[in-house]
Ligand binder design. Structure first.
Ligand SMILES: [Zn+2]
Length: 252
């Protein structure tokens, strides 16, 4: 009897050890997959034409040109980044259902800039011949989280590109840093980051050192008035230009 108990105890212990090994193996596989996907994301960023020198590894995301973030676990658009089709976009947009109501959740850290957020939304929603609409929701589910984060000196905000047909999911605003800017400039920062969330790249991409970008069909050339020009934190255009609006109408 005693012997039997001992046997059972040994069997149980062996089972626990096997289970523990399995668990370890699973977590190793998981982290390898994460690494693999981050390699794909890195390649995607390069394929989009962003210079390698402008890509910053920031833990669970890459940052490009200081204000565009790519989560390392993001879904890579199926058609990749190849130039296909200036306003410029990633070639991958918010799908035809989701574009009708892109839900923004305002983190408590950003409610003090609610008026600026509403102003930014009104600009995108007011584009003629476009069915793209943003709205603010106060509960989940939502498509974009906008929150305050200290991004250091010189960076007003950060946005993400769409993936899997959904809008870029996260906008970070350097709230203290832009607090001293005019209302129009604060709203511009937010409007600009939302522009990334719906696929717009920097209209002045070439001047930013990028090697390639995908034209919005029918809307070509540089545009000094574009709200989507990059590197203009606190000084750029505060209203969508005619070409910005034409680009929205062309895609949405
Ligand atoms: Zn930008």
């Amino acid at each position: 009897m005693k012997n039997n108990l001992k046997k059972i105890a040994i069997v149980a212990m062996v089972a626990v050890v096997i289970a523990a090994c399995k668990k370890n193996q699973e977590s190793i596989t998981e982290s390898q997959e994460t690494v693999k996907n981050s390699d794909k994301v890195l390649q995607y960023i390069k394929d989009l034409g962003f210079p390698a020198a402008s890509i910053v590894d920031n833990g669970n995301e890459f940052i490009v040109e200081e204000d565009i973030t790519f989560p390392k676990n993001m879904e890579i658009p199926a058609n990749g980044a190849g130039a296909k089709t200036e306003q410029y976009y990633t070639g991958s947009i918010v799908n035809s259902t989701k574009k009708l109501n892109i839900r923004i959740f305002v983190d408590p850290s950003m409610t003090s800039m609610g008026s600026e957020i509403n102003s930014a939304i009104a600009q995108w929603n007011g584009v003629p011949n476009s069915t793209l609409r943003f709205s603010v929701v106060t509960t989940a589910p939502y498509d974009i989280l906008i929150k305050d984060e200290n991004l250091g000196n010189g960076v007003c905000g950060q946005g993400q590109f769409p993936s899997g047909g959904s809008a870029g999911a996260l906008v970070k605003i350097n709230k203290n840093y832009i607090a001293g800017n005019s209302f129009a400039q604060r709203a511009r920062t937010i409007c600009h980051e939302f522009g990334h969330c719906i696929s717009f790249r920097h209209t002045n991409w070439s001047a930013q050192g990028e090697s390639t970008a995908t034209n919005v069909p029918g809307v070509t050339g540089t545009d000094a008035l574009s709200l989507m020009n990059g590197g203009q934190c606190g000084s750029g255009a505060t209203v969508l230009s005619t070409k910005d609006k034409n680009a929205v109408a062309a895609l949405y």
